[in-house]
Design a binder for this molecule. Sequence first.
Ligand code: ZN
Length: 297
Amino acid sequence: LGLFWQSLPVRCTGRLFYAPVCWHSSSMPELPEVETSRSGIEPHIVGQEIVNVTIRERRLRWPVSEDLDNRLPGQTIVSVDRRAKYLLINTTGGTAILHLGMSGHVSIVPRDAPAGIHDHVDIGLASGHALRLRDPRRFGSLHFTENPTTHWLLKELGPEPLGDEFGGDYLWRKSRGRRVAVKPFIMNANIVVGVGNIYASESLFIAGINPKRAAGRISLPRYEALADAIRSELQRAIRAGGTTHRDYYGGFGEAGWFQQELDVYGREDEPCHRCNRPVTAIVQGQRATYYCKHCQT
Ligand code: ZN
């Protein structure tokens, strides 16, 4: 499969640092980076009045609506939430729904900081700073809505993996009668959001479940182990992501989460951490899957 991770120097907001880059595979921000972004920007933007919105490029994954620059100025930011991999910037007059796409990140910059070629959106704040979206590949998106819970991007999403609705019994109930393999099942955002490819492989290893097993043929206790593994992997990644630098949040350069040791992901033919037999790599639904044939049944 030839997936590998490598560190490359990346220049960001004027400083050089080492960011991990994944070749041949998505380096998309996952739930933990988005949560790191959320907690990173929160203290800088909550309570701030929006003084202006500058959109230099509307052609993101979906065109950025003029509602955004028309409706946000004059409003005050009351909270920043995360739903799946969306950041919800809630204001007194509506919500901006931001997705970082494949390569996006947000940062807090002085309002007059010169914009780079990929700095597509600035939300200017009364503090003299701006929330800046940089997105070189423009797979991110930005929407304005008065009611995020009914917005088309969000309304079909399954529960949050770290929320109360999610758990082993939920997965067990949802999977009855389903022949789909368990790995694509847990990666389906209509079932549960935020379980990316790495987390799916790692969680199935921890729970000892073969990723090819039919979702409908897994017992409740095994789903309880799997739900626990998903939660603990995501929480571990969020903690790791929270330890990186202060003026740069999420996305392409956010180092924290996969510096943690991985058990199977990206370790084809390397010894399993439990049984020492070689880790197997397969492709499921066009995504790389890594597992131990001996430990995962
Ligand atoms: Zn093993």
